[in-house]
Write a new protein. Structure first.
Lengths: 422, 422
C-alpha cells in the first residue's frame, strides 16, 4: 500500500463528518425494532444508491430459513422486512469483502430512564444518543462511509465489496443467514458491532432457556403444607451460579484469559404465582447461558440439563417433581477464527497505520451474526467497531463520534489493504 | 335445656338432608366470585324467605365504608353486590345471635386441575365438590338449616337470630363490616368458616405487602456489570424466612402452642425482568404475612419494614438502592376472645351434647371476618364449621356431607343453648 492512503482517507473522513453525523441521525430517528425494519431499510437502500452502490433488496424466504429455525427466528416471517446489500464491484484481482451490520434494534424501553429522546439522535459532548446509536446504526454508517471515504479520496477497491444491512440480529440473525444463503460469500467479512475499537476474532455463543420449577399450592396461612416454587427456584439458581463458576475455572481459551465472567449464566425473567396469599405452585424463569468458541451447543445443552437434574435429585421435593429445562429460539453458536488469520493481521495493520498504536485483540462474551459467516458461510470474519456494547440495550445508548470517525478511517484503510486498490 | 333437644334436632337434620344437599348444590352452581355476588345473593334471599325469615337486602354504601378502606376493599363499589340478612325474631329474653357466612368465593382457577366441575356441585363418596363448597356456601347452608332444623322440631329461639350472607370476605370483608355498621350487633356471633369442626376463638391476622427490589440492568453477556434484582431478592427472602422463624419462637399465645408455623410469611407472586438476555433491574414480589391475636397491625408493619431495611443496610448494593415495602388493601387484624368466654363454653356444651365427645378448641392462622365483629362490633365471636380450609382455594374444593350435618345439628343445639327457647 502506498503510504499516502491513510492520510488521504482520514482527510476524506474529516470532510465527510457532517454527512456521517447526519446519516446516523436520520437512521436513529427511524424506529427499527426487530420485526419492524422496513422503513429504516428503505432509508439504507436510498443511502446506498446515493453512494453509487448496486443495490439488492429482498425479503428473506421463510421456507429457506425454516431448516435453521433452531438458531434464528422465523416467527411470522419477513414481509416488509427486507435485507439490503449494496455492491461496489471490484476492478482487479484482490480479496472480496463483506461489511455487515444489522438494522434492527431492541426497544427504546422506559423513556423516563433516558436523559435524551430515545429516537432523537441528539448530539452532546461529542456523542450521538439514541436507540441503535452504537448497536448498530453507527456501524452501518461506518461501513458505508468507509467505502465512501475511499472513493472520495479517488481510490477504488480492486475486489468486490458488499455493504450489508441485515435484519433480525437481535432474535438470532435471520437476516445475515439469509444473505449467506442467497450467495453473499466473500474472502472475508467484517461486522461493525460496537467492540469499542477492539479487533474481535472470537465471539461467545449463547443459548436462551426456560426453566419451569414446580411447587405445591396451599393457602399462605398454612404455607408449610405447600412447597414454594420460589424457594425451590432459589436453590436451583444458586446451583446454576456454582455451575457457572466451575465452567469459568475450566475455560482455557487464550483470548478469554483474565475475563471476569467468560460464560455468564443470566436469569433474565422470573414469573411465579398468581396471588399474594397462595403458595406459588409454578415458577417460570427465562435466561441466557454463554459459551466460548470450541464449545458445542448440543453438548452444552446436555450439560446444563444434567446440572439441573443433579440439583433436583438432591432435593426431596424436586426429585419427584423435576424442573423442566427447554430451549428458546435464537441459539447463537460460538464462533471464532485464529488470531493469526490474515483478516486479523490485515486489520491490525490498518489500525496501526491509522492510529499509530497497537490494537486491542479481544474475545467477547456475546453472540451475534459472526457464526452465520464463519460456520454457515465458511468465511473468516472479524468484528470491529466504535461504541460500547455495555450501552447497547440500555437507556442513553450512545456512540462517541470521535471513535466512530476512527472506525471509519480504519475500515477504509482495511478495505484498501484487504481488497487492494484498482 | 331439655335433654330431648339434641335428639329432636338431629332427627330434623336427618329429615332435611335432601333439602340441605339440594340447597348447597344450587348455591355452588351460581358463580359468586368476589365482586360478582349478586345472583347468588338473590338465591340466598329467596331461600331465607322460604324459611320464613324477615329479609333485609341492601347494597353497602361505599361512603360509609371508605374510612375503613385500609382493612377492606371498596374498589369499584357494591352495585349488584347486596348483603342479605334474614332475621328470626325471638319471643323471649335470651341472648341474641348472629350466624354469619360469606357468599363470595375465589375463582375456580384452572379447570383442568379439577377432577370435578368447578361449579357443578357434584356429590361423590359422601362429599360435595365445587368452588365455595366449604368456603363457605356449606357454612351458609349450615346456618340457615340449623335454624330450620330447630323450627322443624317445633322449637323457637327465645332471642333474635340473624342469619347473614355477606359479600367480599375474600378481599377484606366489606360485607361483614357493612352489616356491623348497619347496626347488626348481637350478644354473640358465630361464623361458619370451615374449621373442620373445631371451635375457633382466635384468628390470625394478615397483611398483604408488595416488595420492590431494585437491580441494575446490563446485557447478559456482561452480567457482572449489572446487579440482578433476582439475586438481591433471594437474599431478602432468606432474611424474611429467618424473621418468620424468630417470630415463631417468640409467640406464647396458648392456642398457638405446637403449631408448625404460627405466623407464616408467604411470597405469593414474583415478577422480574423483561428479557432473558438482560440482567433484571427490578423484581416485584407480593406476599402475605400472618399475625397472632394481641399483635397490632401498625407495630408489625414497622417491624417488617425495619427488617427489610436492616437486611438492605448489610448489603453493598441495597444499602444505596433500598427495597421498597408497601402495603396492599385487605388488611386483616388478628382477633380473638378468651377460651373461657361464654360463647366458647356454650358451643362446647352443644358439641358435647351432639357428639358425646370433647371438641377441639384451636386457633387458626388465617384472617377472616371475625375482626369486624370483635373489634368494630364489640361482640364476642367464634368460628365453627365443616370442611377443611386447606381445600378452600384449591382445585377439588369439597365439603364432607356427614361433617356438614354434624355442624348443622351442633349449631342448632347451640342456638337453643345460647338464645334459650321460647
Amino acid at each position: 500500500m502506498e503510504s499516502h492512503v491513510p492520510q488521504a482517507v482520514a482527510e476524506s473522513v474529516r470532510t465527510l463528518q457532517p454527512d456521517i453525523v447526519d446519516a446516523l441521525q436520520q437512521l436513529v430517528r427511524i424506529p427499527s425494532q426487530t420485526g419492524f425494519e422496513g422503513q429504516a431499510q428503505d432509508a439504507m437502500a436510498s443511502l446506498m444508491r446515493r453512494h453509487g452502490l448496486e443495490v439488492d433488496v429482498w425479503e428473506p424466504d421463510p421456507a429457506v430459513l425454516e431448516p435453521h429455525s433452531e438458531s434464528i427466528t422465523v416467527g411470522s416471517g419477513f414481509a416488509n422486512r427486507p435485507n439490503v446489500v449494496g455492491a461496489c464491484r471490484g476492478r482487479g484481482n484482490g480479496r472480496s469483502l463483506i461489511l455487515n451490520g444489522h438494522i434492527d434494534t431492541v426497544a427504546v424501553g422506559d423513556p423516563t430512564a433516558w436523559n435524551f429522546s430515545g429516537l432523537g439522535g441528539e448530539t452532546a459532548d461529542g456523542r450521538l444518543y439514541g436507540r441503535g446509536a452504537c448497536d448498530m446504526k453507527g456501524g452501518l454508517v461506518a461501513n458505508l462511509f468507509a467505502l465512501r471515504a475511499l472513493r472520495h479520496a479517488g481510490l477504488t477497491p480492486a475486489a468486490d465489496v458488499f455493504v450489508q444491512s441485515t435484519i433480525a440480529e437481535e432474535d438470532g440473525g435471520a437476516g445475515a443467514l439469509a444473505a449467506v444463503l442467497r450467495g453473499y460469500v466473500a474472502d472475508g467479512a467484517l461486522i461493525s458491532e460496537p467492540t469499542n475499537l477492539a479487533i474481535v476474532p472470537a465471539q461467545g455463543g449463547s443459548l436462551m432457556f426456560r426453566l419451569q420449577v414446580p411447587g405445591l399450592s396451599a393457602h399462605a396461612c398454612v404455607r408449610d403444607d405447600g412447597v414454594s416454587a420460589v424457594e425451590k427456584f432459589a436453590y436451583i439458581h444458586r446451583g446454576l451460579l456454582d455451575f457457572e463458576a466451575r465452567r469459568n475455572a475450566d475455560i482455557t481459551h487464550p483470548l478469554y484469559a483474565g475475563m471476569r465472567n467468560k460464560v455468564p449464566i443470566n436469569i433474565g425473567t422470573v414469573n411465579a404465582g398468581s396471588w399474594p396469599s397462595s403458595v406459588p405452585e409454578l415458577l417460570v424463569a427465562e435466561g441466557r447461558a454463554g459459551l466460548v468458541p470450541g464449545e458445542d451447543l448440543t453438548t452444552f445443552k446436555a450439560e446444563l440439563a444434567a446440572e439441573v437434574a443433579a440439583l433436583a435429585a438432591a432435593d426431596d421435593w424436586l426429585r419427584n417433581h423435576p424442573p423442566l429445562v427447554t430451549w428458546l429460539d435464537g441459539q447463537f453458536a460460538p464462533a471464532g477464527i485464529s488470531v493469526d488469520s490474515p483478516l486479523v493481521t490485515v486489520l491490525t495493520t490498518a489500525w496501526m497505520m491509522t492510529t499509530s498504536s497497537h490494537p486491542r485483540i479481544e474475545a467477547v462474551t456475546y453472540g451475534a451474526d459472526m457464526r452465520h459467516f464463519v460456520i454457515t458461510g465458511g468465511m473468516p470474519c472479524v468484528m470491529f467497531g466504535a461504541g460500547d456494547v455495555r450501552l447497547a440495550h440500555a437507556p442513553n445508548e450512545l456512540i462517541p463520534l470521535g471513535d466512530l470517525f476512527t472506525a471509519i478511517t480504519t475500515t477504509a484503510v482495511f478495505i484498501a489493504e484487504w481488497c487492494g486498490l484498482a
